[in-house]
Design a protein around this ligand. Structure first.
Ligand code: CP
Length: 317
């Protein structure tokens, strides 16, 4: 297995099966620190830099919380408009990370341009973690989701997935790449105009992913062990910020997971994941049902980032 020390976490396409399990093993080991709300000193001499060029609640704060739980320091910007990248100068990724690498030991970057964290990794002497790049990928979110599945179901192989939402989403790309390493058939359900591109389908077929597409969640939910949902009413992820103007559309029934649908059609022990934020695709009355696991996902998101920071900074091999 390749060492994680100093490694960039840019894409799940680069992850091998045993590397997933190593990350999950370290996460399992560190989990009591987060559960007991007791900070440790595992990374006490290290600093995380957060470079977010797009809004975030979970990804930025989960990385920060993870670093704090490990005894490390955190610095960074959450509003790129208040940096030289966001004003008159439009400072380049290269020039920016050539500064940031001296301010800390690892950088987590979210950017509206697909490939921006990869560009940062070309120039930085410290590891870059991709916190979501345009419509590209969101590797730490899907590592969190797979870790949640492992904890909740006791295994990953042999489970059937249903993924619902906008297939342009970066999470969907990371999910498809990740599942190529497991025995997990998946059905994708998306509006035709937001479905997987032919190019992407050819790519994942080339990796032997067992997938199909359906037009309505009702066609696929009965078989699913894991239901992963994203909105179909979405902002434009290629913008640094997309404000809501007036009313937005409601989610069509084809892409919505209601309590009634779960009660009448889903397996009794299926689990429901959502990376959040949500619109109306999972109504709030689903939260207190046996299927929902998105709050556990939020907790696991901190644990997963603890594992990744520990590994790339070499506190664990
Ligand atoms: N899941 C996720 O990426 O959430 P944020 O946009 O709040 O970081």
């Amino acid at each position: 297995m390749r060492s994680f020390l100093g490694r960039d976490i840019l894409s799940l396409k680069e992850f091998e099966r045993n590397e997933f399990f190593r990350v999950f093993e370290v996460a399992e080991d560190l989990e009591p620190i987060a559960r007991n709300r007791r900070n440790s000193d595992i990374l006490k001499e290290k600093t995380l830099v957060t470079a977010f060029y797009q809004p975030s609640t979970r990804t930025r704060l989960a990385h920060e919380a993870a670093m704090i739980r490990l005894g490390g320091q955190v610095t960074g910007f959450a509003d790129a408009k208040m940096t030289r990248a966001g004003d008159f100068y439009q400072e380049s990724i290269k020039d920016t990370v050539k500064m940031l690498e001296f301010y800390g030991d690892v950088i987590v970057m979210r950017h509206f341009e697909q490939g921006a964290p990869h560009e940062a990794a070309r120039w930085a002497s410290v590891p870059i973690i991709n916190g979501g790049d345009g419509w590209g990928e969101h590797p730490t979110q899907i590592l969190t989701d797979l870790y949640t599945v492992l904890r909740e179901k006791g295994r990953i192989d042999g489970l059937k997935w249903l993924a619902v939402g906008d297939m342009r989403m970066r999470t969907m790309h990371s999910l498809a790449y990740a599942l190529t390493q497991f025995d997990c058939p998946i059905t994708f359900v998306a509006p035709p105009e937001l479905s997987l591109t032919d190019e992407f389908k050819a790519e994942i077929a080339g990796y032997s992913l067992d997938f199909k597409e359906a037009g309505h969640v009702e066609e696929a939910i009965a078989d699913a062990d894991v239901i992963l949902v994203e909105p179909v009413v979405q902002p434009d992820y290629t913008k640094s910020r997309d404000e809501r103007e007036g009313d937005v559309d409601l989610t069509p029934a084809n892409y919505k997971i209601t309590r009634e649908l779960l009660e009448t059609k889903a397996k009794s022990d299926a689990i429901l994941l959502h990376s959040l934020p949500r619109m109306d695709e999972i109504p709030a009355d689903v939260d207190i049902t046996r299927w929902s696991r998105y709050w556990q996902e939020a907790f696991n998101g901190v644990v997963m980032r603890m594992a990744l920071l520990t590994l790339v900074l070499g506190a664990r091999e």
